[in-house]
Ligand binder design. Sequence first.
Ligand code: HEM
Length: 124
Amino acid sequence: MNTNLARAASLGAAFLIMFLSGFWLNRKGKPYDTLIFTIHKMIGLGMGIFLYMTIRQIHRTASLDPIEILLVAFTVLSFLATVTTGSLLSVPVSKPMPDIVSTLNKIFPYITVLSTAITSYFLL
Ligand code: HEM
């Protein structure tokens, strides 16, 4: 298997696990199942490291045109928005988070998958 295909397959598997574990967390509600939540966070962290390393590698080996830079920036921002809203929902506070946080946490994972796919298509 070539490197790009292996990367795309690993990323696809990571997104699948994130979505399945995310739906599980949402369905079961608080307090979140420790094992599922740990898997969700660890894979999310792994994806963040993967994203950082990939961008660093691309930055070193190729010069990006403005559209590609815009795509990369959008992907990073949507990933950060997913992580931030997910983290806010998991903070143990007595008052529930405003509904907008939960709504954004339902939308941003899809935007992240879509922008990751589009950006990867252009860059790899
Ligand atoms: C590492 C940081 C992350 C944390 C702390 C986190 C936390 C959470 C929490 C607490 C929930 C349950 C929300 C609820 O009860 O409504 C959730 C759901 C979810 N998360 Fe994450 N998450 C993280 C990263 C990600 C990433 C990177 C993705 C994928 C791009 C993702 C995808 C999802 C999905 C699809 C759901 C289900 C949303 C729904 O109910 O429709 N999460 N996350």
